[in-house]
Design a protein. Sequence first.
Length: 85
Amino acid sequence: MNFVNSKDVMRSYIQDLEQQMHRIKFMVKSYQQMTLGVGYEYYHGAYGEVFETAQERSLEVIAVWLSLQVFLILILPLKLMLALM
């Protein structure tokens, strides 16, 4: 029978979330670079996809914004709670 330490599980979970936040930061940085570059027809996104229209670009921004909201509402309090343990 395997006994799993709950602190190790939570630590692993938090590390995974931090990696996801790193990806989100990369997406935001890529979007900022894309908005600064004028005259390009295509934008290669953070994961290799190509955005051809402003609508697709704005959808990516909305997805990043929602992800950040989830982080602030759900994950940050969990992380603080674990830090206080």
